[in-house]
Ligand binder design. Structure first.
Ligand code: AGP
Length: 610
């Protein structure tokens, strides 16, 4: 959720922190701040709002030093104002701390410290930790030992970096539940919540795991557990380049990532389609195929857009593999003490690999004895590392808060999985080869849809002032209706609901009038006739109809006010195509409403807190 950067070296820490925070701003942008240590003095600058406010302050009052910490905040405790912005110091201004996560027992810590004379100046949980560390530090212990002693009393989650006024040679970082990665440099080291803040300095990184502490100096990084056991960490190399996290000439990351989808869908299939055998190969879960084939049930847990992918996974697997599938919101699964049949396999679907609810669902499924497989985009992420096995999306960094290319890559991977399992069950080679060839054609079909973006932009112009939208679909396109509605609401702030089209008559049809745009996903498939009846019902009540239809369908134009065509494909592959116009529709409407599509209000790219 929050962006975290720490630097120690011989360069200008302020510039490095600010550049790093800008790359992380998409993770949370309620406020931003830095702390620079120089000659025993901790200088703190923090501003509410986006990075631009902090930049302006630093232009007026520049600060220089070679060690510092920086933070962009997504507020959990305390309003997003200057007082509650990070970094936070202790009452005696001996240490400065930045934090991502939630200190669940912060109130009891505050009560105990207040009795010892500490005063609290903010509404945050983080300040309690700053004072607790200070309490241990003042007795002459090392900063590392003070941090570990304090954290041993903390309940909750944290990704923190700490510096002390009298130790210019040390940063101490620690994580439990909120990601931290250390960049290993020459005479300098950098720590961040995401590799995108590190990649311009070094590609050599080590990922912290839960309850690990990093003692970072200019010359090295010592990693140990909170109870002081040394940990030997592999140094890994970041797999992508800096330009992949730049906008590449597009006005917004979201548009860039929508336009990347022909390539990212191809990358999700690269090396995984076996044309001659008419099947798929997924090396990451090769050793788990038997578990999957003989599982009495396959579970999916995820959040948001990834939950929509999981719903499509349910249709795919039950349709092609005939194994029972259950899909749950991770946030519900983790707390309802689910019944998991022996031999069940659980998938966790996630772009970031850091979503707290999904990580908790993974751990709960493991505690219940299930094999847990991950479908994830971020290499080395916590969920990727804690899954028993998994499949990477290879979609490259997704910076826009609204997930687009990750969704189509997730659905592509789930289609490959279903093909693989179906071919080990009762699907014959000829059918498999037909599917493989159709999947190979998907990137150019997506390109064709993207070429029609002006048509979609014109439709957006007509409806961008609407106050409500309905999205309706059936079968494989019911989850697409949900995803289309989520895209619109999260970046344009228009209320939008997705529904199974048949559900209209059970209530939502009362909403229909000339002010209600209704988006139908109405491709030529087994549900087409039924959808056409639903369109008639809406038409009869003066609803405004936008239809996503199959190229060559000349009938639907008789009923719909607007038609956006997508190329024909196999029914179970239509979601990969039908979501594209809905992504663009949401994008253009949001732009026309003056919304910040890459950093929508109240949101963050990765929800690493409950
Ligand atoms: C989707 O556009 C949203 N940003 C959000 O719903 C997201 O899909 C959800 O938070 C899950 O994130 P994950 O895939 O990284 O786990």
């Amino acid at each position: 959720m929050c962006g975290i950067v720490g630097y120690i070296g011989n360069k200008d820490a302020t510039k490095i922190l600010m550049d790093g925070l800008k790359r992380l701003e998409y993770r949370g942008y309620d406020s931003a701040g830095i702390a620079i240590l120089k000659e025993g003095n901790i200088s703190i600058y923090k501003e509410p709002g986006k990075m631009s406010g902090l930049e302006k302050v630093l232009q007026e009052k520049p600060v220089f030093g070679n060690i510092g910490i920086g933070h962009t905040r997504w507020a959990t405790h305390g309003a997003p104002n200057q007082k509650n912005a990070h970094p936070h110091t202790d009452y005696y201004n001996k240490i400065a701390l930045i934090h991502n996560g939630i200190i669940e027992n912060h109130q009891s810590i505050k009560t105990k410290l207040s009795a010892g004379g500490y005063k609290f100046r903010t509404d945050t949980d983080t300040e309690a930790l700053a004072n607790l560390i200070s309490e241990f530090y003042k007795n002459g212990t090392s900063l590392d030992e003070a941090v570990r002693s304090a954290l041993s009393q903390v309940e909750g989650t944290f990704g923190i970096v700490v510096l002390a006024h009298d130790d210019p040679d040390t940063l101490v970082a620690a994580r439990r539940g909120s990601p931290l990665v250390v960049g290993i440099g020459e005479g300098e080291n950098i720590i961040a919540s995401d590799v995108s803040a590190i990649i311009s300095h070094t590609k050599n990184v080590s990922y912290l795991d839960d309850n690990e502490v990093a003692v970072i100096t200019r010359d090295g990084v010592d990693i140990k557990t909170i109870d002081n056991h040394k940990v030997n960490k592999r140094v890994e190399e970041i797999s992508f380049d800096l330009d992949e996290i730049e906008k590449g000439g597009f006005e917004h990351f979201m548009l860039k990532e929508i336009m990347e989808q022909p390539q990212t869908i191809e990358d999700a299939m690269r090396g995984r389609l076996l044309v001659e055998e008419g099947t798929a190969h997924l090396g990451g879960i090769q050793n788990e195929i038997d578990s999957l084939l003989y599982a009495p049930k396959i579970l999916f847990t995820a959040c948001g857009t990834s939950w929509h992918s999981a719903l499509i996974g349910e249709y795919l697997i039950e349709d092609l593999v005939r194994t029972s599938v259950e899909v749950e919101y991770a946030s519900e699964f983790r707390y309802r003490d689910p019944v998991i049949e022996r031999g069940s396999v659980s998938f966790v679907i996630t772009q970031s690999g850091e979503t707290a609810d999904t990580l908790a669902a993974l751990r709960e499924a493991k505690r219940k004895g299930a094999k847990v497989l991950g479908v994830c985009n971020v290499v080395g992420s916590t969920i990727a590392r804690e899954s028993d096995a998994g499949v990477y999306l290879h979609a490259g960094p997704e910076v826009g808060v609204a997930s687009t290319k990750a969704f189509t890559s997730q659905v592509t991977v789930l289609s490959l999985l279903s093909l693989l399992l179906a071919r080990m069950r009762n699907m014959g080679a000829s059918k498999g080869i037909e599917i493989v060839n159709e999947m190979k054609s998907l990137p150019q079909k997506v390109t064709k849809i993207l070429e029609d973006h002006e048509i979609i932009k014109n439709i957006a112009a007509e409806y961008h002032k609407s106050q409500n939208f309905l999205y309706l679909g059936r079968g494989y396109n019911f989850p697409v209706a949900l995803e289309g509605a989520l895209k619109l609401k999260e970046i344009s702030y228009i209320h939008a609901e997705g529904y199974p089209a048949a559900e209209m008559k059970h209530g939502p049809i009362a909403l229909i009038d000339e002010n209600m745009p209704v988006v139908f996903i109405a491709t030529k498939d087994s549900t087409y006739e039924k959808i056409m009846s639903n369109i008639e019902e809406v038409k009869a009540r003066n609803g405004r109809i936008i239809a996503i239809a199959t190229e060559g369908d000349n009938e639907i134009g008789r009923l719909a006010d607007h038609v956006i065509y997508v190329p024909a494909t196999m029914e179970f592959l239509t979601p990969i195509l039908t979501i594209i116009p809905l992504q663009l529709l949401a994008y253009y409407i949001a732009i026309m409403r003056g919304c910040d599509v890459d950093q929508p209000r109240n949101l963050a790219k990765s929800v690493t807190v409950e």
